[in-house]
Every structure is written in C-alpha cells, then in structure tokens.
Design a protein around this ligand. Sequence first.
Ligand SMILES: NC(=O)c1ccc[n+]([C@@H]2O[C@H](COP(=O)([O-])OP(=O)(O)OC[C@H]3O[C@@H](n4cnc5c(N)ncnc54)[C@H](OP(=O)(O)O)[C@@H]3O)[C@@H](O)[C@H]2O)c1
Length: 325
Amino acid sequence: MRALLCHQFSGIDGLVVATDAAAPQPGPGEITVRVRASGMNFLDTLIVSGKYQVKPSFPFSPGAEIAGEVLSVAPDVSRFKPGDRVCAFTYYGGFAETCSAKAAFAWHLPDAIDDVVAAASLITYGTAWFGLADRAQIRPGETCLVLGAAGGVGLAAIQVAKKFGAHVIAGVGSTARMQICRDHGADECIDYSTADFRYQLKLLLSGRPLDVVVDVVGGSVSQTVLRQLAWRGRLLVIGFAAGDIPQLPANFVLLRGIDVLGVVLDGLFQYEPDRAAQMMADLFSAIASGALKPPVTEVLGLEAVPEALVRMARRQAHGKRVVRP
Ligand SMILES: NC(=O)c1ccc[n+]([C@@H]2O[C@H](COP(=O)([O-])OP(=O)(O)OC[C@H]3O[C@@H](n4cnc5c(N)ncnc54)[C@H](OP(=O)(O)O)[C@@H]3O)[C@@H](O)[C@H]2O)c1
C-alpha cells in the first residue's frame, strides 16, 4: 500500500512516501480501516522525532486520527463489521491507505458527517468537549481564555466554549492570527507573546472573573494565566506546544480554590468507555446539526504532508489540515 513512512526518529525531514508498505492486519481488539481521510495534529510532529509518549517500532506512518471504512475485524471485536463507516484515534499509522485501530478508540460515523470533517474533528473537538463540558463543567456566562486559539484544539475550543454559552477570549501568538479566531466566534482576542501580556490580560478583563483557561501552550504563558484565574477557576492542562512543561505555583492554586485539570482524550476512551460513547454521540450530533463547524483549512495528498508538518511546527498554519492517502 501507499504510506508516508518514518524509518528513524529523525523528524519531519526523514519522512518518505512508499508504494510497497506492508498493510496492517488487525491484532486482538483491533479493526483495520481503509483510510479515506486522516487529520493532521501537532503530535505528528512529535512522534516522528521520538518526543511523543508513544514510540512505535519502525517503519511506521504518522497520522493519529482517521475516517474511512472497516476492512476487517479481530475475532474478539463485535462492535464493528466490514463496511462500517468509522473514525478512530490511532496515535499513528493514519497517513497510509490502510490503518489498524483499537476498537475501543473507534466510533461509528453518522451519514451526516463526511470523512474529511470526521478526520478533522475527532481529536481536536473531542479534546475541547471533554475538557470544557466534562472536566471544567463550563457554565453560560463564564469567561474562558483559550490559548493557542488559532490552532486545531484552539479553534475547536472557541466553538465548543461558545456553544456552552461562555464569553471567549482567544489567546494567540501574533495579532495577525486574531481575525481567524474572531471568524470562529471569539468575542475578544489577546496576544500572549508581548512582554506585558500579564498587564494586558488584566486590562482586558477589567475586573471580570476569568473562570476557565484552555491551555495547549504551556511554558511561562501558563504561569501568567494561572495568576489571573478567579476563585474556583479551572485550568485545563491539554498540551505543551511551546515545549516547556510549566511549574505551577501551588500557593495560587490553594488561595484561589483553583482546579488544575488534566485533559487527555485517549484516557477517556480507555478508562470510561460509556462516558466516551455518550460524549462522541453528543459531539457528532452538534457537528451534524451545524452547531460546530470544524475548520478544514487544507486537504492534502501524502506527498504534501512533510511540508505541511513543517509549517505547523513553525506556527505558520491555522485550523486543521486533512490528508487523503
Ligand atoms: N491532551 C490531549 O488529549 C491532546 C489532544 C490534542 C492535542 N494535544 C496537545 O495540544 C497541543 C496543541 O495541539 P494542536 O493540534 O492544536 O496544535 P496546533 O494546531 O499546532 O496549535 C498549537 C498552537 O500553539 C501555539 N504555540 C505557541 N507556542 C508554540 C510553539 N513554540 N510551537 C508551536 N506552536 C506554538 C500556536 O499558536 P500561536 O503561534 O498563535 O502562538 C499554535 O496555533 C499540542 O501540544 C498537542 O500535543 C493534546
């Protein structure tokens, strides 16, 4: 089969398109899927460099979320049959014509959601929904600051927070990215790359409580925003795109009654399958009804993936890119 392959942890530069890659067979608890679309995620840039917590054996294809048609199922899998339309969180293997997936991490797709939209939404919208609706229990009228707001999880979080009635401030790394966030529903925007970000955030809030922060950036920005959270504020720890894992001041957590909440989508799928199934049903229904509109900014072939991953790593991309292997 055709696949974009990683032969060693040498980063994006080492990726090559193969035409004779071995197609996977379903192991215990797995299905194989003919990939019609595969979403691009920040984790693709990490996994090919050996910097992600999952380290596949070589050669492997990156590509962490897929949509397509079930080709085969392991004997111990009863939830799916060949021909079913599904999407799945796979960690890797998605930038290929066929991919295997854990059945527990796969979901039947409603007819109203096409493959490209499904591949653009499982990880980003799943994470945003789990974080905001479940972990943070966000309420109408609360103020939510989304960091990395023009990225995949960021734009999803803007839309999900708006859907739940929050007032949304989009945090971005340059003023040029603010309009993208406004187009996706942000009420206000702020640039966290400025030296006086802390002061600017205080000015913007002008006494209003900051209730929830969606943090995919990490580093010093997380430390700054934690100090602005209101009593019973919630910090959603989702990712560290800036590279540094923040050291958070426990005295602020204590004095403000802050909840620091870890949000990891595969954890929900693995440990709470019934809750995950309900969440995915709610999410698909919101997408199918048009209440959420996943932003597909590019649809690419396998050959174009390395260049698009470089742009993502350099903060030159926004929204979501989808690959059609
Ligand atoms: N916990 C989970 O289940 C889960 C699920 C999905 C993603 N994640 C994590 O969440 C993070 C974001 O993922 P994503 O897919 O939304 O990525 P993305 O589309 O690339 O967005 C990341 C955003 O972070 C900002 N950023 C700030 N400093 C950066 C830096 N040094 N390098 C790159 N970007 C930087 C960028 O915006 P500006 O340029 O405007 O600052 C960018 O838009 C990643 O760390 C990912 O691993 C976690």
